[in-house]
Design a protein around this ligand. Sequence first.
Ligand code: FE2
Length: 303
Amino acid sequence: MKRRNFIKTGLMGTAAISMAPTALLSRQDCNVTNNDILGPYWAENHPYRAILANIDEPGTRIHIAGTVKANDCETPIQNAIVDVWHANDDGCYTIFQECDSGNTDEDPYNLRGQMLTNENGEYAFESIWPGYYPGRPRHFHYKIKTPENLELVTQCYFLIDPEVDDSWIANHLGLVIPLEEGIDGLYGTFDIVMDEDGSQVSSDEHQSLIPQEPYLKNNYPNPFNNSTQIEFGITKLEYVSISVYDVSGKWIINIVDKKMLPGTHKLRWNGKNSLGNHVPSGNYLLVMRSGSLIRSRKILYLK
Ligand SMILES: [Fe+2]
């Protein structure tokens, strides 16, 4: 018998004689957390950290904490991955869009991070209050995955957001949270109840995240004038170097030069050389080396 089934069966066995009306009420109020759309801006490999926004990031600081629980709304789930990503104060998503923000150049994963729940199922993070983009209230995106491979994709909205009206609340039950003002910005609690009865179960996504063969995609955008995204994948833990050369073969910079985990990786090049100076407009060559693999792509930089 699975541990949670044991817990549920145990509770049901004593319910008839020991459960007070208030306890019954709270059990009736126990709902699994609703899912919500993933949206186009999730990325793999968000770094593990609890402070998602650089201290210089424009916006209102916000602190969110919560507990990931089993569907009895009581049993905490330890070591669940809580993956959070969100827009900056201007409604802009890093990696996918060019965003003016506190630290984009240094941190391509700005306003993105993963946490592991502790032994009490708790997670917490600090960031800035996500900004608006057309048609949507402020929101955090969440992707939660438990050690038993239950997965939930959802979002968290805010009661004090004037863009959240009654119909939004009705259509996003359990996903709209109150916020309070504290000494260092806003504070809120977003608890998550996983559905162990099936609707959130995902296939083993990790398998599909690891490509069958190593690859280097064409950079995007290309041509570019601010920064361009470089996506590549490797099939095993391996040393990877990706370097930029000019058309005469002169080395410009190493984008990456280290051992990396299997999977898909996304990096950016901002048109600067190893000394931090912008290179002239023109054609450049991106060269990836990993194990016996060598791949190259042409990049056009236009200032
Ligand atoms: Fe979004």
